[in-house]
Design a protein around this ligand. Sequence first.
Ligand SMILES: Nc1ncnc2c1ncn2[C@@H]1O[C@H](COP(=O)(O)OP(=O)(O)O)[C@@H](O)[C@H]1O
Ligand SMILES: [Mg+2]
Length: 269
Amino acid sequence: MVKVGGSLGDDMSRACADIRDLVAEGSSVVVVHGGGAESDRLAAELGRTTRYLTSGGGRRSRYTDAEALDSLTLGMLGRVKPPLVVELLRTGVRAVGLSGVDGGLVTARRTPPARVVVDGVDRVVRDDLSGRIADVDPHLLRTLLDGGYVPVVSPPALDPEAGPLNVDADRFAARLAVALGADWLIVLSNVPGLLRDQDDPASLVAEVPCDDLAAHLDLAGGRMKVKLRSAGEARLAGVPHVVLADGRVPSPVLAARAGSGTTFVEGAR
Ligand SMILES: Nc1ncnc2c1ncn2[C@@H]1O[C@H](COP(=O)(O)OP(=O)(O)O)[C@@H](O)[C@H]1O
Ligand SMILES: [Mg+2]
C-alpha cells in the first residue's frame, strides 16, 4: 500500500516508476492519494471559500458542507487522480482509478452534529459531510489485483444513509492496508517523516513505538497527528511494515522500503 499525500503536488508522480518496478517483481500494489490542497485551489478558482472548524478538543478540520464536498470530489477525482493514473499507464502499469464509493469499497458513518467554532463564532454544525470509516470491503481491490491491475483509490467513502462523505486519506490508506493484509504501508508526504522540530529536516524520528504513540503525538501538528495515529493503528492491527517517508526524493517508495523515514516498531524503546 502506497499513500501519496496531496501536499506533494506534482511530486506525487515520483512514486510511479517505483510502483512499476514493484509490480514487475511480482508485488501487488494499491495506491491511495489525498487531494486537499488541489481541492482548495479548485475551490478558489470556482470562487468558493474553504472554511475550517475547530472542535471542542481544539482539533481544526475542514468544514465540509455540500459545496466543499463537491470541491473535494472534483479535486480528487478530476484533478489529482487522472494524472496519477496516466503517469502509471505511461510507465507500463495497468492503473485503474476508483473512489471509496466504487464497488462498496469503503463505508463511512457521518460525524454527528457538534458544537464547534467556525470563523471565531461558537455554533452547532449540522451540515458537515465528513465521517469516520466504518467498514472496508476489499473484494473489488482483490479482483483488480488478481487481474494484474493497480488500483488508484481516494476518498470519498459512502454512508448508506447520508451519501458520499469526506474521510481522511491517511486513515483510508491505513484501513485498506489492514483489510487487504498488506505487507507494507508506505505513507509519502512533503516531509522526511515525523520531525522533532518541524523546521529542521534533520530532526527525523527514525522509530516510533506503535503502542506508545502519546509522547510522539505531542511533537506533531494537526495534519501529522492523523498520520501518526492511523499509521500506528495499522501497525497494531497487523501490518508488519509501516513507514512515513519523504515523497519528494527520486525513488521514494524504494527508499522507504530500504529504511528511510519514520518506521513504526512494536514495543517502547
Ligand atoms: N512533527 C512534524 N513532523 C513533520 N511534519 C509535521 C509535523 N507537525 C506538523 N507537520 C506538518 O504535516 C504536514 C504533512 O501533512 P499534510 O500536509 O496533510 O500532508 P499530506 O498531503 O501528505 O497528507 C507537513 O508538511 C508539516 O507541515
Ligand atoms: Mg494530509
